[in-house]
Design a protein around this ligand. Structure first.
Ligand code: RB5
Length: 146
């Protein structure tokens, strides 16, 4: 698999180890990856990294992957950025559905809850599933109507 578009990655310390695994996995599969941090296990605050990835994704019409301990806090932060649609996924079906129905442009995962091999499968599903459009387009458009 490969992708011309860049994939932006971000995590806090709770997601750092899984982010490293996913970055290596994507690079091994010829994705163009930009890692926006964090860069160690040292404690940091997840909103900064959720926002960084969200702005990069929106400004470059790209995709992103964000990881904190649960995936909850970092997805909350990302979803405050207009145009960002982060879907928190614990299984492959969620990853497919958040692409098909929500046109998610950011995948969020919990680094303390999702095993690496499953996280790779979730990542594959997210990056290789298309938005279905149709009735879902209206709902996705409405997300920004706040
Ligand atoms: C950090 O300890 C933890 O709170 C964070 O990684 C995340 O789980 C927040 O939602």
């Amino acid at each position: 698999m490969s992708c011309e578009k860049k994939i932006y990655l971000g995590s806090d310390h709770g997601g750092f180890e899984l982010k490293e695994i996913i970055r290596n996995y994507l690079e091994d599969n010829d994705y163009n990856v930009e890692d926006l941090g964090c860069y160690s296990n040292e404690s940091v605050d997840y909103p900064e990294f959720g926002r960084k990835v969200a702005y990069a994704v929106v400004n470059n019409n790209a995709k992103g992957i964000i990881i904190c301990g649960t995936g909850i806090g970092i997805s909350m932060a990302a979803n405050k950025v207009k145009g960002a649609r982060a879907g928190l996924c614990h299984c492959v079906d969620y990853a497919k559905l958040t692409r098909q129905h929500n046109d998610a442009n950011i995948l969020a995962m919990g680094g303390r809850f999702v095993e690496p091999e499953l996280a790779k499968k979730i990542t594959d599903a997210f990056l290789n599933t298309e938005f279905e459009g149709g009735r879902h387009q209206r709902r996705v458009d409405d997300i920004d109507n706040v």
